[in-house]
Each structure stands twice: as C-alpha cells, then as structure tokens.
Write a protein of this length. Sequence first.
Lengths: 321, 326
Amino acid sequence: MGKLLQVNNLRVKFPLKESDVLAVRDVSFWLPEGRTLGLVGESGCGKSVTAYSILNLVSPPGIIEAGGMFYRDKNILSMSEDELRSMRGKEIAMIFQEPMTSLNPVFTIGSQISESIMLHLRMNKKDAREYAVDMLSLVGIPDPHKRYDSYPHEFSGGMRQRVMIAMALSASPSILIADEPTTALDVTIQAQILDLLMKIQEEREMSLLLITHDLGIVANIADEIAVMYAGEFVEYGPTDEIFGDPLHPYTKGLFEAIPKIGENAERLKTIPGVVPAISADPGGCVFHPRCPAGSDECTEKPIPLIDCKDGRKVRCIKTDR
Amino acid sequence: MRKSYWGSVWSDFKRNRLAFAGLIVVLILFLIAIFAPLIANNKPYIYISKNKTYFPIFFDYPELRNIDLRKNNIKGFKLFPPVQYSYSEYDLDSIVIKPGPKHIMGTDEQGRDLAARMIYGTRVSILVGFIAVFIYVSIGILIGAVAGYYGGIVDLIISRFIEIVICFPTFFLILTVLALVGPSLVNVMVVIGITGWTGIARIVRGEFFKLREADFVTASRASGARDRRIIIRHILPNALAPVLVSATFGIASTILIESSLSFLGFGVQPPTPSWGDILSQSRDFMDFAWWLTLIPGFAIFITITAYNLVGEGLQDALDPKSVSRG
C-alpha cells in the first residue's frame, strides 16, 4: 500500500488585523491508495481549509505557513503554477458542499464536463461529448444524451451533485476530495450519493478524502478517521477502533451527542461550551475548557499527538493507553 | 421546456409590454438608419425609359447625373422612395414650408426637406449611441475585471483612478476635448467612449469581486482551469447582466449627449444632419415654424424613452429575485 498522498505538519495561517488565525495547526496524515479517510469535525474546525491546502488553493489572505505535502513523492508546495494546474482535476479532484451553486448557471452541464475533459485528456469536442455522456450515465443521470444539453437550473440538488461527481471523475483522478458532499441534500438523496461514491471508489480504486461533520457517514465509508478540533487532529485511527473505543474526550462527546433510538432522554446530550476562537493560542490542550476530564495539568504545555499501541493517535494526556 | 439562461430572460422580457414596445421602437429606428438611402432619396429605385432600365439609387449612371428624374417632363416608369428628397438638397423656392402632402414634415429655412434630414439623423444617433457605448463598455469591462479579479493593491490603484476620472464633469470634459481636436462624428464617439467607462468599470469590479468567490469559480479552479479561462468563461458571462442594463441606459444618455453637443455646434458637422443640429438651427424660427423644433425634439424624446424602457425591462428580466425561473 503506497502512500499516495502524505501531509506532514501542515500549518495554515490567516493573518488578520488584530491577530493571526491558525486555521490548521500541525496536521499530519497520509492517504493510502484505494482507501478512504474521513475527516470529521464541527463547523470551522479547519476541515475544508485542510482540503483546499492539498490543492494549494487556500484563498487569500490564508497562507500555508509550514509543513510538507507530497503527492506520489512530489512536493505540492514547490510545484509551479503549471504543474499545480495539471495536478488539479487530473490527479486530485474535488467536489463541494453546495451542488446548487457549484455549477456555472449560464452553461449547459455537458459543456462544463467537456471543458474539464478537453483540458486534461486533450480530446476534441466530439470525443469529449461522448465521454461526458458516458460519465453522466456512470453517475446515474437518466437519459444522459438529452441531459447533456440541460442547464444547471433544470436539475435537482442530488442530480447536480451527481453532475459534480461526473465532472470530478472525468479525468480519472487518483484522489477525490469530497468536502461535505451530502450536507446540502436530503437524507434519502444523501444515501444515494454516498452509495455512488463508494461504488465508484471501489471500481476505480480511487482514494477518497471525505470531509464531513456527520459521524454516521464516516462510519459506513471511511477506513480511517481523523477527528479535528480547532485546527488540530485530536484523534486519528482506524474507523472500527475509534467507533468501538473512542479515546479522546471530544470524540467521546461527539458519540454521546448522537441521539439513540429507544433511549428515554429528556434533553439531547451536547458538549458544553463552544469551539474557541482559533486565534488565541490556548497554551495547552485546546479542548481543555470544555473537557469533563480536564485538570490544571492540561493547561501547562501544548499536547502532542500521542501514539498508542495499535497505531492510533490521540492528543490527550489523560488517555490510559 | 428547455430554455437557456438568456432564453428565460427573453421570455420574462417579452411579458413586459412597455419594454417590448421600447424594443420595437429601437428596432424600427435601426431599420430606418440602415435603409435611410432607400427611404429618403431624390432618385427613384427604378426608372424605365424607352430603351433602358435603370436602378439609380443602387448604381451610378453618368448619363443620368445631371437629370432630376422627379420632373414630369421626363417620361418613363419611375418608382420613388416615400420621401423624394435628399438630406442636403437646397431648394430656395420652398423655404419653411409647413408639413403637407409635398413635404410630409415640412422644410427648413434653406428649403431642405425635414423628413429626409430626420431619417438621416437617425443614423447619427444610432451610430454614436452604439459605438461610443461599445467603446466605453469594452474599456469598463477590461478595467473593472482586472480590479475585481486581482483585488489587493491592483484594485486599490484602479479604484482610486476611477474615482479621479468620475470627478471630472464629463460633459465639459467632452466639450473641451472637442474644442481642441475639432468636432466630428468620429471624435464625438471616441471622446464619449473614453470618458464614459467609469460606471461600467465599477459594476464589473463589483461583480468580479462577488463572483471570484463563487462556488463554481472555486470548482473550476480546483479542476485546473487557468485564470484566463476562469475570467472569460466562468466570471464574465455571469457579470454581463448588469453591464447590459447599464449599457442600454448608456445608449440613451449618449444620444442625449450627442444631441446636446450638436445643438452647441460641437457635434456632427454639416451637411451631415443630426437631430441636435436640426434643433439648434431651427430655434430662431421657433415662433412660426413649430415643426422644425417639435419634430426633432420629439424624435429625441421617443428614442431616449424607448432605450430607457428597454433598459428597465432588461433590469427586471435579469433580476433573479423578480422572476420564477427554473
């Protein structure tokens, strides 16, 4: 199992007037070929910024301050603009949260898929059209020949997300980054889109980086999970292990916050407190103010990601492993 | 039903009756401008004499050059345009004639047929309106796109520059420049063109600012598209709607500026007729020759109103909040 993508100690900073914001700090992971990594966390914890960093597309004023990112042993951060462009879409493709706005409203969906095909596969217009129709039928768009000439507003959200997937897959990338691909869709459509992603991933032996705040989604799809909190990985390991025995108090809190059928609870369980503004360096554990197990010890120095015996990692000094 | 974006804009536009009427007026003015020599001409379309068939409007015949085919003593079949006069034809026997069967809009103080002059004046209005606006829309899009897409220091410099240009009183700037370079049709168009772009530049800058963060632009960047492609294909077409509205209103105000310039004598030079120029020359006879001021004034009014109605109709049709599309 080769390391298709490796990210080492990524730090992304947004310099603001008052103080700098570290949206991503010290994030390291690797994505093996044909596997799925789920990146889980609340809104604003740095998941999407991590994803954009991989394509070197952090929007200004954000800058990738430190770290290394390697795609097939090529350093993404030292690539030229041309190399980056030929990597984006062709090697690493991405789909987005909002299918309603991710398509250009003034062009047909077919021409938008063809655009990417002509760019990366150097096909002529006619071949690209045929190929695009194939892609549309692959992602389950009925009557793809006709739908090729439809405009985005003629599609529902789920269908548009399928179009986005078709577009992302058109150049046969080896990695697909899905940034909350189902958040904007209703539950039944969510399941269809996830099934589609899983099916395609299996067929094409593609690696998937799935970003979500929904634990239920990663449980089904991801081989490994990284739980993010305030720009840091707080827990990282195989899905089964983490679901079976969460180590970090934050992860535990997330699981407890899922309402269970049959449980006779008056109120839904939540994690007390709010995600801290990530500008301030807390000087210790970032989760400590909300942590049920927190003590003075936790505030003394930054907590490193501690290796556990079975290949898991956790950023908590209270863990017993 | 399958409709493109512009297709649905069109169907919304059609529903607005006033705007549609405005569009028809604009189209009629266009046709008049294009076919002016076929509507007002002192030569017939076709003249069949005893031994030969002539098409005097379309071809030049040396043997007919000094003959006025309108005279009754010239025999043969003659088919004339509706207005049988040319715009520069002086007839000192018939000065300041009221509108009547011979001259449907009357004549001016030099005996020129007003209808012929009005018809040719349409050409000047349309030409100035469209070319000047085309020039300034092009400049405005270019400058606004650069400022909006790149932002930062580039935007700062361009925005300050736009503000400086806005501070100039445009009309007097145009007058000054025309006084220096000399009045002519081309100069009027160019000067209006290079002074009028600021509004468009601001609109385009704003749209680019908004659209460069749009999801489909990010998506296109993430699929490896170049800046040029993103600008031309993904941002520009989506930024064009407000530009189109502004340009339509711009044509109206440009026609008004041209009329004002001609009125002041800085516009199109005689013998080329322009509505403003006709108005200006006939203001001395206003008390007895009402048609000489009323007709060109009315033409300017109708034209400006028509363009403004089209502009408003477009504005409504392009506003996604006011329509049910999709």
